[in-house]
Design a protein around this ligand. Structure first.
Ligand SMILES: Nc1ncnc2c1ncn2[C@@H]1O[C@H](COP(=O)(O)OP(=O)(O)O)[C@@H](O)[C@H]1O
Ligand SMILES: [Mg+2]
Length: 258
């Protein structure tokens, strides 16, 4: 077996919105277990790329393969079931429910596909119950939210809610996690903690992570490789140091700041 295999292969991907090229011939691969980041100024096409991979947008051309399977044309729930979990730029949790309930619900979705089984919880075996409880405990520990399991998620600070959201995603045991700007709206301390958390999750669970982020400094310390987009095009791909020092990347960020 080769030392590294690609989990996700994006090839020559293009997406336009009535003439605007949001993604313009982008190619990259995410390896099994890799922490891969996509950076770029606002409007670079990061969220569009995300939405293509998760099946929300349908690209006009190119290919997206996950573990060898073509994803383009599949509905979002089919893609999720293949083992791709995502977060959104806003927090995606049930605020009135407790942390534990949020995590168990994600686990239910994992145990039986289909909304019906999820809602009425028929026939869940004692073994499944035990496994679910153990999994929830495990992911809560990993994300340092064990003390908060009984708290309604809506009562928690924003940074903590984002950790709950990440735990919820993990509880579904995906092979690839996609995070869209996970530190948006966070203060300096929360940002540092989230970056460390993402790295811990990647290392301890060996789960591949595709991280989309505007804040370049946030991804540089934790990523295995980084891909930079600008105006829908790939302008750099390589190690964090290579990308951070790339003239086109520096230019794109300086331009974006003006
Ligand atoms: N649903 C949409 N309809 C029309 N244009 C869109 C839509 N989503 C994104 N765009 C355009 O595509 C480009 C890339 O946007 P986006 O993917 O949101 O960038 P980023 O996430 O990097 O900030 C922008 O020009 C944006 O205006
Ligand atoms: Mg975006």
């Amino acid at each position: 077996m080769p030392e590294t295999t690609n989990l996700l292969d994006v090839e020559d991907l293009s997406l336009s919105f009535s003439g605007v090229r949001a993604i313009d011939g982008v190619t990259f691969s995410v390896r099994e277990g890799e922490l891969f980041s996509v950076i770029g100024p606002n409007g670079a096409g990061k969220s569009s790329l995300f939405n293509c991979i998760s099946g929300v947008y349908k690209p006009q051309s190119g290919s997206i393969r996950f573990a060898g399977d073509q994803l383009i044309g599949l509905k979002p729930h089919r893609i999720a079931r293949k083992g791709i979990a995502r977060t959104f730029q806003n927090v995606d949790v049930f605020p009135a429910m407790t942390v534990q309930e949020n995590l168990l619900l994600a686990r239910d979705g994992f145990m039986r596909a289909g909304a019906l089984g999820c809602m009425i919880r028929i026939g869940r075996s004692a073994r499944e119950e035990r496994e679910a409880a153990a999994a929830v405990e495990h992911y809560a520990e990993l994300l340092h939210i064990t003390d908060l399991l009984a708290a309604p998620v809506g009562s928690l600070p924003h940074g903590t809610q984002k950790r709950v959201e990440l735990a919820r995603v993990l509880a579904a045991e995906p092979r690839l996690i996609m995070l869209d700007e996970p530190v948006a709206g966070m203060n300096h301390d929360e940002t540092g903690e989230m970056a460390a958390t993402i790295q811990r999750v990647n290392r301890e669970l060996r789960v591949a992570i595709l991280l989309v982020e505007h804040d370049m400094s946030m991804v540089m310390g934790i990523s295995d490789r980084v891909c930079a987009l600008d105006f829908g095009q790939r302008i750099a791909l390589g190690s964090p140091a290579e990308v951070a020092g790339d003239a086109l990347v520096v230019n794109a960020y300086l331009g974006g700041a003006l």
